[in-house]
Design a protein. Structure first.
Length: 241
């Protein structure tokens, strides 16, 4: 699963890499740590307005709670993530996967690595866009959304971890569905069949080469500056790989 992300790149870089501009009135605020459980604002490209970057709340509000979105989110229903394999079966998501898909824009995300049942450490995962971890590519992560009075509420789509992420997220062995740049337009195209969407969940993960490093557990206390993504020593000296 994925409950913590980062989008700290320059506004111009984000716009250039995905060939979209922020919608008029949207103020971009960089963040090194977006915590899903606080229902922060994310930046998305939505199926209903695919030519601009929108703002959205992290946490999909299903149709039957449209009259009280804040109440739903404060009730800890946890629609932050959506299992890609179950999108068409899960009550909260099945009505949204057909015509309410999006990209969620990150430049990195955090996954927990477990050394024991009680000891874990976050790892920062990203695709490099230079020699330093401070230079990262923009990721288009598959999402689905609901829309209530012009406000977007999103869930991040996850899938079964590949070998790389299974070593990091070694308990649940899941990963965000980071769409390959050559396939991401298919995710938000209208009138896609169930078979196309299901195939993207299975085979649409990016071919970009990820890197990772351990970061401080201060992340879990709410850190949100450059130090949040700085490499630290692993809790154990042995390599994950």
């Amino acid at each position: 699963m994925c409950y913590k992300g980062s989008i700290a790149a320059e506004e111009r870089k984000i716009q250039d890499r995905i060939s979209r501009k922020f919608k008029k009135g949207i103020k971009y605020t960089p963040s090194y740590h977006l915590n899903a459980f606080a229902n922060p604002n994310l930046y998305i490209v939505a199926q209903d307005e695919p030519d601009v970057i929108q703002e959205a709340v992290w946490g999909l509000v299903p149709d039957w709670k449209k009259n009280d979105p804040n109440g739903f989110l404060s009730g800890k229903q946890y629609t932050n993530n959506a299992r890609g394999e179950d999108l068409y079966e899960t009550k909260s998501f099945k009505d949204h996967v057909i015509n309410e898909r999006c990209w969620i824009l990150f430049d990195g995300f955090f996954e927990p690595h477990y050394y024991s049942s009680k000891i874990q450490q976050p790892y920062f995962c990203y695709i490099p866009d230079g020699e330093s971890f401070l230079e990262r590519d923009i990721l288009s992560i598959a999402g689905i959304y609901s829309k209530i009075q012009e406000e977007y509420y999103v869930s991040l789509v996850t899938t079964e971890a590949n070998d790389f992420f299974a070593e990091i997220h070694n308990k649940q062995k899941r990963m965000p569905l980071v769409l390959d740049p050559h396939l991401r337009e298919e995710w938000i195209s209208k009138n896609q069949s169930k078979s196309v969407i299901s195939n993207l969940v299975k085979k649409g993960f990016t071919s970009g080469e990820f890197r990772d490093h351990p970061v401080s557990n201060q992340l879990y206390k709410g850190g949100n500056d450059e130090s949040t993504i700085q490499p630290v020593d692993p809790f154990q000296a042995t390599s994950l790989f």
